[in-house]
Design a protein around this ligand. Structure first.
Ligand SMILES: [Fe+2]
Length: 475
């Protein structure tokens, strides 16, 4: 235990403790007996295909009260369709990206959705089959093409699909995936306006789908670039790329010149999202991360894996994530191989897609909000509020309902960190053409209201989004 009562752990042992051999063996016995497991989770919500774009805004039906001060647009991105013609993508991250738009004004909400018109989307739909290789889907050359045409297609670049997040950079809005591509979108119409290829401009092979804009307005991202000696991590600052280092998990950089001032090593782990990071008052840097033991969770999102959840004993274990806190002590840096940073457990609850009050990003903070990552809990579709100061959490859930990433919107003139609402998009297990916008009181995690929509198309589960207050005239 550390001073705050948090359990300090070795990452591998900790995750093994959460899913020990006896637990897995018991699940394996149930599958051998023909039983279905993880029955509380409905993987079907991940298999919904949007077949009709909702081009014009449709008005929803309000239940409860949507606070009239909420005046803005929530735009979310995510997998929109598994299928092209008779063919299907093999991995969730290859599905055609679909943008959802909820416009909130005067207590009313409208909904629209539109596919991102990437080159891959246009080519695939023109051919009515998958003709572009993606993250986990390798296209099969057309058997009717000549041998020369088939060989030529193997050297075509991969997919420019950007289905993960929405992020504002300066006065533009972009859809991003974990790749070298970004699509500029119109936040009013959801139209695709243009594409940026970082591989062409600054030889970036890949960037994360989560850039970060600091309080002074600079936007950074982590990428991978190619050098004569091989691939290297790099930090992107808008169009400025600085080359850093091959190795180490934690680099502490001088923001003014990009030089590495400290390196820290920790046990290996995998993550998709950093919750927050800040300098504390004792010459240390705190980094809170939604950690996985390893990248096996990426395998969980193959089409076949999702279909076989109920007969895969290790599925919950592979998806197990926990919020861990790493403190990098700048006064006594433990550079490898002299020592490793051991994390403490913020809260023993599975968390993913963490969001927080943006005013506390990069600063000491108390709360973050997330969705459950434990598919074997009583209700896998749960929204979670974590207090990182006292290691407690609150939650909200409803049977057979799957909420999206919760987006925090502060009350005007708010004084407390959790004074505001959470916006989350709800899907229902048995109603594929039903979607709702939920508004929770962020302090109490109690529902204030929701707006229900019946759509002409199934609404697929989305990944990330962004709330644009109405001072943006274009949203
Ligand atoms: Fe993400």
């Amino acid at each position: 235990m550390n001073k705050r009562g948090r359990q300090v752990v070795d990452i591998a042992r900790y995750f093994h403790h959460l899913d020990n051999d006896a637990t897995i063996a018991a699940l394996e016995r149930r599958v051998e007996n023909g039983d279905s497991i993880f029955d509380n989770v409905d993987a079907g919500v991940w298999f919904r295909d949007c077949h009709t774009e909702v081009d014009q805004p449709v008005q929803g039906t309000v239940e409860g009260v949507i606070p009239s001060w909420i005046d803005g647009v929530l735009i979310r991105n995510g997998p929109g369709s598994w299928n092209v013609g008779e063919e299907s993508f093999d991995h969730l991250f290859d599905c055609s990206g679909l943008l959802h738009r909820f416009k909130i004004s005067s207590g009313l909400v409208t909904y629209q959705c539109k596919f991102i018109k990437s080159e891959s989307y246009i080519k695939n739909h023109a051919a009515r089959r998958i003709v572009v290789t993606g993250f986990g889907t390798r296209f099969v050359p057309d058997p009717c093409a000549s041998i020369f045409q088939r060989i030529a297609t193997l050297f075509k670049p991969g997919s420019d699909n950007t289905l993960v997040s929405v992020y504002p950079i300066q006065d533009q809005v972009y859809a991003l995936g974990d790749s070298n591509y970004m699509h500029r979108i119109d936040p009013a119409t959801l139209d695709t306006l243009g594409k940026i290829d970082l591989a062409g401009d600054v030889t970036i092979l890949h960037q994360t789908s989560h850039p970060l804009t600091t309080s002074d307005g600079e936007t950074f991202n982590l990428g991978v670039t190619l050098r004569p000696t091989g691939p290297r991590y790099c930090i992107l600052q808008l169009n400025d790329v600085s080359d850093l280092s091959f190795q180490t998990i934690f680099h502490v950089l001088d923001k003014t010149n990009g030089s590495v001032v400290h390196r820290f090593q920790a046990d290996s782990f995998f993550y998709l999202h950093i919750i927050n990071a800040y300098e504390d008052t004792n010459d240390g840097i705190v980094v809170d991360i939604c950690c996985y033991r390893n990248p096996a969770m990426l395998d969980c999102m193959y089409r076949e894996a999702l279909k076989n959840i109920h007969s895969t004993p290790r599925y919950a274990q592979m998806f197990r994530a926990r919020p861990l806190r790493f403190r990098l002590d700048l006064a006594s840096p433990r550079t490898a191989p002299t020592g490793k940073v051991r994390p403490s457990v913020i809260c023993d609850v599975g968390c993913e897609t963490p969001r927080m009050n943006g005013q506390h990003q990069g600063r000491s903070y108390t709360y973050f909000y997330a969705i459950s990552a434990d598919i074997d809990r009583d209700n896998p579709g749960t929204l979670i509020k974590v207090n990182v100061q006292n290691n407690t959490c609150k939650s909200w859930s409803q049977k057979d309902v799957y909420p999206s990433e919760p987006v925090f919107v502060a009350t005007p003139n708010a004084r407390k960190e959790d004074e505001g609402v959470l916006l989350s998009v709800l899907l229902w297990s048995h109603h594929p053409t039903r979607v709702s916008l939920l508004v929770l009181n962020a302090r109490t995690m109690q529902e204030l209201g929701r707006v229900n929509f019946t759509t002409p198309t199934p609404v697929p589960k989305c990944l990330h989004g962004w709330y644009f207050p109405h001072e943006r005239k274009d949203a």
